[in-house]
Design a binder for this molecule. Structure first.
Ligand code: UT7
Length: 334
C-alpha cells in the first residue's frame, strides 16, 4: 500500500498591510479593541489586479521548489478557497495549474471555508493511498478582501488575503506518512457564518449588483463558542484514536481565527506555549490559507525540522471542521 507524505510547504502574503489604526478610520473600532478581542494587529490585502490564483500560484511555486520533485511529476492540483477567481468556473485550481505550466493534471476546487486546507489534505491522502495519484499539489488561497464588507466592524477587522501550498507524495515508508486526517460538517449551523447572496440559494435579480454581492456575514459570538468546543473535541478525538499524547506533538497548528480561541483550545489540551503556532497577529484570518501560511512561517524561521509531528486543527463556515496528524517529511536527508 502507498502512504502519503507531507513533503514541502510554501506560502505567499501580499505586500500591502492593513493595520488596525487604518481600519479604525474606516469603521467604529480601535487598535485596542481589536488587539484585546482577537490578537490581530494587521492583515495583508491583495492588489486590485492580484487574484486568488496569482497568490496560490506563488505559494505553490515555492512548495514545488522545496519538494525535490519536478513539476512534471505532479498529477493532481486541489485548491481550497471560498474566494475563487470566478464563482462558477473555471476553478482556481485549473488557473493555477496553467500559471505554473503543469500538464496532465486533474484539477479542482473545494469549498470548506476555514477548514479547507485540512479537507484538501484528506483528499490528497485518499487519492495517494488508493494508488490513483502520486504527487498532489494542495493549496489554500484566499482573497477575502473581495468578499469582506468594509462597513461591518464585526467582520472586516478579522479577515486578510494570502495563500499557502504543500506537496503531498506517495511513499512506501510508513514512518514518514501522514498519520490520520479527520473531517466533519454540520449544515444546521450554516447561518452562523455565510455569504447569503449571489448563489442559486438567493432569490436575486442578477442585474442588481448589491443583491449579488458575496459579502461574508457572521454571528461572531455564537461562532466563537462553537469554535472553541469543536476545535477542542476534534483534537482530543484524533489524539485518542491514534494513541498519541499532546506532549508527543512538536507543533499544534490551529486555524488562525482569533488568539482567544487558539489560547482556549491550547489551554484545554494542556499544551505548552512553545508548541502552539500563532500568526494571527500579522495575517488575521485568511480562511483556507491560514494553516499552510502558519506552517510556512515555522519552516522559514528554521523551526520545523524533518520528522517533527504537527497537529493541524481547523474550523469554519458550513460548519466544517477537521484535524490532522502530520509528520514533516521532506525528501532531503533527515
Ligand atoms: O474562521 C472561522 C471561524 N471564525 C471565528 O471563529 C470567529 C469567531 N468570533 C470572534 O472571533 C469574535 O466573536 C469577534 C472578534 C468577531 C467578536 O468578539 P466578541 O468578544 O465575541 O464580541 P461581541 O460580538 O460579543 O461584541 C461585544 C461588543 C458589542 O457591543 P455591545 O453590544 O456590548 O455594546 C459589539 O457591538 O463589542 C462590539 N464590537 C466592536 N467594538 C469595537 C463588535 N465588533 C467591534 C469592533 N470594534 N470591531
Amino acid at each position: 500500500m502507498a502512504y502519503a507524505a507531507f513533503r514541502s510547504i510554501g506560502a505567499y502574503a501580499p505586500s500591502k498591510i492593513l493595520s488596525n489604526d487604518e481600519l479604525s478610520s474606516m469603521v467604529d473600532t480601535s487598535d485596542e479593541w481589536i488587539t484585546k478581542r482577537t490578537g490581530i494587529k494587521e492583515r495583508r490585502i491583495a492588489a486590485a489586479d492580484e487574484f486568488t490564483s496569482d497568490m496560490g500560484a506563488k505559494a505553490a511555486q515555492k512548495a514545488i521548489e522545496r519538494s525535490g520533485i519536478d513539476k512534471s511529476e505532479i498529477d493532481m492540483v486541489v485548491c481550497a478557497t471560498i474566494s475563487p477567481d470566478y464563482f462558477c468556473m473555471p476553478s482556481t485550481a485549473t488557473i493555477i495549474s496553467t500559471k505554473l505550466g503543469l500538464e496532465n493534471v486533474t484539477a479542482f476546487d473545494i469549498s470548506a471555508a476555514c477548514t479547507g486546507f485540512v479537507y484538501v489534505l484528506s483528499i490528497a491522502k485518499a487519492f495517494i493511498e488508493s494508488g490513483m495519484k502520486k504527487n498532489v499539489l494542495i493549496i489554500g488561497a484566499e482573497k477575502l478582501s473581495a468578499i469582506t464588507d468594509y462597513t461591518d466592524r464585526g467582520t472586516c477587522i478579522l479577515f486578510g488575503d494570502g495563500a499557502g501550498a504543500a506537496i503531498i507524495s506517495a511513499t512506501d515508508n510508513k514512518d514518514e506518512a501522514i498519520i490520520d486526517v479527520h473531517t466533519g460538517a454540520d449544515g444546521q449551523f450554516a447561518d452562523l457564518l455565510m455569504s447569503p447572496n449571489g448563489g442559486s440559494g438567493s432569490a436575486h435579480d442578477t442585474l442588481n449588483q448589491e443583491a449579488t454581492s458575496c459579502f461574508m456575514q457572521m454571528k461572531g459570538n455564537e461562532t466563537f463558542k462553537v469554535a472553541v468546543k469543536t476545535l477542542t473535541k476534534d483534537v482530543v478525538d484524533i489524539l485518542k484514536d491514534n494513541n498519541i499524547a499532546g506532549s508527543d506533538i512538536k507543533y499544534f497548528v490551529p486555524h488562525q481565527a482569533n488568539l482567544r480561541i487558539i489560547k482556549a483550545v491550547g489551554d484545554a489540551l494542556k499544551l505548552e506555549d512553545e508548541q502552539v503556532v500563532i500568526t494571527v497577529e500579522k495575517y488575521g484570518n485568511t480562511s483556507g490559507a491560514s494553516i499552510p501560511m502558519a506552517i510556512n512561517d515555522i519552516y522559514e524561521n528554521g523551526m520545523l525540522k524533518a520528522g517533527e509531528l504537527m497537529l493541524l486543527d481547523a474550523f469554519g463556515g458550513g460548519l466544517t471542521w477537521g484535524s490532522a496528524l502530520v509528520p514533516f517529511s521532506p525528501l532531503e536527508k533527515k
